[in-house]
Design a protein around this ligand. Structure first.
Ligand SMILES: [Fe+2]
Length: 320
């Protein structure tokens, strides 16, 4: 048994994964990954044989062969990693986070156990479920969405937002009554974004995670409402109208109020400060925006509508 904590705290980085791969005993045929997105994403890189560093792998310098089976057992209700072919890691030399999508990284099986999720500390529940909610919304407006991914996005949102509305009445600490809904919702969202992708919210949030170690769900939440306000201002007609209609039905408000209502609901689940409260400096903002344009084209292709460097700067500034 290997414990990620022995190799470093927090979300994965390339050096941590290299060390874990080096310690893997010989003769392993099946990897059982029990944990959050970090553990499952690390395990996705352990299915490959051969000697290589994760940095080389993410730069596309090596082609590795899958030699082990992967069974994923999520213990958070966010990443949906058990259903996707994506592994995200910080790349220390490049000072950012990057996702790599390879069909050989799909887990062979996923096992959902609500009891594992229901004992999460509140903050882990909140950040992970917000991440899942954002997977559902970003994939819904992605140009790669289709009627199947939309179905999974919609059902994910019904489960997750239904749970949040229950918490509004019963109190935030009652979230675990709905642990199964949050776990299944995050799994549905994983299917949706595994096929249709996520976009600017994740792209803009990666430098915050890479440089300031803000947890993934929290950095996504910091970007979410502002990205969608910008989408709406730039391209008010189109898929975003269908999103507003769907959210309006789930939240029982008129479509025109749905995004604002969602913002209020999220703030009820988790309070996020401004970027400067996390230590971010104003001179970081152009560095972030440049690194998004240079390093996150895989995600930016999934945007509802294109965002320019100036748009990204305006989003970061609004949250600063
Ligand atoms: Fe995510």
């Amino acid at each position: 048994m290997l414990f990620q904590e022995r190799y470093g705290k927090g979300e994965p980085n390339d050096e941590m994964i290299d060390a874990i791969r080096a310690d893997m005993p010989a003769g392993i045929e099946t990897i059982l990954a029990v944990g959050g997105g970090t553990v499952i994403d690390i395990a996705k890189l352990m299915v490959f044989g051969g000697e290589f560093t994760v940095d080389e792998f993410y730069r596309g310098l090596v082609k590795a062969e899958k030699v082990r089976e992967l069974v994923a057992v999520p213990t958070t209700c966010g990443t949906g990693s058990e259903m996707t072919n994506v592994a995200v890691t910080a790349l220390l030399k490049q000072n950012t986070k990057k996702g790599l999508a390879l069909d050989s990284m799909y887990p062979d099986r996923a096992v959902l156990i609500p009891e594992l999720v229901s004992t999460l500390p509140y903050k882990f529940f909140a950040t992970s479920s917000i991440d899942a909610m954002i997977h559902a919304v970003e994939s819904y407006v992605s140009p790669k969405a289709n009627c199947f991914t939309e179905m999974f996005s919609k059902h994910a949102l019904e489960k997750i937002l239904g749970g949040y509305r229950y918490m509004q009445k019963a109190g935030n600490e009652a979230w675990s009554d709905r642990a199964e809904d949050f776990l299944v919702g995050s799994n549905y969202a994983g299917i949706a974004f595994g096929n249709a992708g996520v976009g600017a919210v994740h792209a803009l949030s990666y430098p915050l995670g890479g440089m300031y170690h803000i947890p993934h769900g929290e950095s996504n939440m910091l970007m979410f409402s502002e990205v969608f306000r910008t989408y709406k201002a730039k391209q008010p007609e189109g898929k975003i109208e269908l999103l507003e209609q769907m959210l309006g039905e789930i939240l029982e408000v008129p479509a025109a109020d749905a995004l604002a209502e969602l913002d209020a609901l999220l703030n009820h689940v988790l309070h996020c400060g401004k970027l400067h409260e996390y230590g971010v400096k104003e001179e970081d903002l152009p560095v972030f925006a440049k690194s998004v344009i240079e390093g996150q084209q895989r995600l930016l292709n999934n945007n509802y509508t294109p965002l320019s460097y100036e748009d990204m700067m305006a989003i970061y500034r609004a949250r600063f």
